[in-house]
Design a protein. Structure first.
Length: 452
């Protein structure tokens, strides 16, 4: 989402800045053309003024008189124009004193105006006019015009920079506003999970593409919810229907074992059968528990209990599990306080977590259980010294039938429902259970966060 926002911002800024640059470049070109055109008109007006001043002199008075009057006129307008007059033979009859020995180049008949660069004079704009047998050349320095264009360019660059910065800010605001419905869709979609399939994305007003996308997503969530409901119903029904036949199979197997106790080989086979039946019964009991928890049919026996004695009692059972595997179990911080919870279910949750920690921790390792109460929350942490988990497994280990594969650890065992039951129990209490790799060393930290 952030990437789309910034891409839209950059595109908007580039479009606006590009349009401004194009407008400024066009304005500069038009300004230059207008200034050059004005110089041409100014030269024509100056030429007419010179001819008017020489009226009655040209062709009548001696050349010296013509030159004298040209000099007077040139000196009066020296700050604006440069003059050069050629006779019919191409001889320089007069030129402005400021030109020195520099001769202005002649222009082609089809080119009455031209820009030239002269040594020591810089760039000039020249115009050539004819009157009788004389050729009049009038030039103007282009430095004032070029200075104006430079100032225009500098101002344009500064304005472009301001527009670029402003368009980035405005583009970001517009992008955020335009993508706000998408962010709402993202937030709602992230909340919708296997335990929260009833929530739907609010359809924005209007009949645009975003509204159609939301309707499509909601329809997809409807189908997913229906599929999950059917699967859960099937799991509950199948577990319930299998419970009684498995009990009968177990009873018959136990009866058969008693009859054939004299035959060790058959007894071993029956014992293996009983172990598998017990495993299947545990799976069925777990599925039934999850079905009841998710359907809301599981009632909590919730009362206010002191947390410190409860943690100590769980710790005694956990220590037995740990010692059986050659591990050290300890209780870390255990705050005194009172919380409302179902003792049996919460004990089941914590012992399930301890069993997983015991299975993952190598011989001689430590498992630590701690309990903290504060700010209306009860936080229970269980830390082991196992190999930890890959980052991609931390989010889904609490799903059904997910076998936890530890990094460099022993292969996963069990039926993959224990941690799913832990999460269901935590959520029945209005809390959550999460997993994270330890930062201080190898190992996993399981956290149960409950309302106090």
């Amino acid at each position: 989402m952030r990437s789309i926002t910034w891409r839209m911002t950059v595109w908007y800024a580039l479009a606006v800045t590009g349009a401004v640059v194009a407008a400024l470049a066009t304005g500069r070109w038009l300004l230059q053309q207008e200034m050059v055109g004005s110089l041409g008109q100014l030269h024509e007006a100056e030429f007419r003024e010179v001819i008017q001043q020489l009226d009655g002199v040209l062709g009548v008075r001696p050349e010296a008189e013509v030159v004298r009057q040209l000099r007077e006129h040139a000196e009066a307008d020296e700050h604006l124009f440069l003059f050069q007059v050629l006779d019919e033979d191409g001889r320089v009859m007069f030129r402005s004193a400021s030109l020195g020995e520099v001769v202005l180049p002649g222009l082609a008949p089809t080119e009455p105006h031209r820009m030239v660069e002269l040594p020591g004079k810089g760039r000039l704009f020249l115009s050539e006019f004819s009157e009788g047998k004389l050729s009049f050349m009038i030039g103007s320095r282009l430095e004032p015009m070029e200075q104006t264009l430079r100032q225009y360019t500098q101002t344009g660059l500064a304005l472009t920079a301001l527009v670029a910065l402003g368009s980035l800010g405005l583009g970001y605001a517009i992008s955020r506003l335009a993508l706000r419905p998408i962010r709402d869709i993202e937030r709602t979609a992230r909340r919708i999970g296997a335990d929260n399939l009833a929530e739907r994305i609010t359809v924005p007003p209007g009949r645009d593409e975003v509204a159609e996308l939301v309707q499509l997503l909601n329809a997809m969530f409807d189908r997913i919810e229906a599929s999950f409901r059917q699967i859960r119903q099937f799991s509950a029904n199948a577990s319930h229907e299998l419970k009684t036949p498995l009990t009968l199979i177990r009873l018959n197997a136990e009866h058969l074992r008693q009859k054939l106790a004299a035959d060790p080989a058959i007894t071993n086979d029956v014992d293996s059968l009983l172990e598998e039946i017990a495993h299947m019964q545990r799976v069925i009991e777990s599925l039934l528990f999850l079905a009841k928890a998710e359907s809301g049919a599981l009632a909590l026996t919730r009362h206010e209990h002191p947390t410190q004695p409860f943690i100590a009692a769980v710790g005694e059972d956990a220590a037995v599990l740990a010692e059986d595997r050659g591990l050290h179990f300890e209780i870390g911080a255990s705050d005194a306080g009172v919380a409302g919870f179902d003792r049996d279910l919460l004990r089941q949750l914590l012992l399930n977590l301890v069993s997983n920690a015991v299975a993952a921790t190598p011989t001689g390792g430590r498992i630590c259980l701690s309990s903290r109460i504060g700010a209306g929350r009860w936080r229970i942490e269980l830390r082991d010294e196992g190999p930890g988990l890959p980052a991609e497994q931390l989010e889904n280990i609490f799903e059904r039938f997910v076998q936890v594969r530890r990094v460099d650890g022993p292969p996963a065992t069990g039926h993959g429902l224990g941690l799913a039951i832990c999460r269901s129990i935590a959520r029945l209490h209005g809390g959550e259970v999460t997993a994270a790799n330890r930062l201080d060393r190898k190992g996993l930290c399981l956290t149960v966060d409950l309302p106090a």
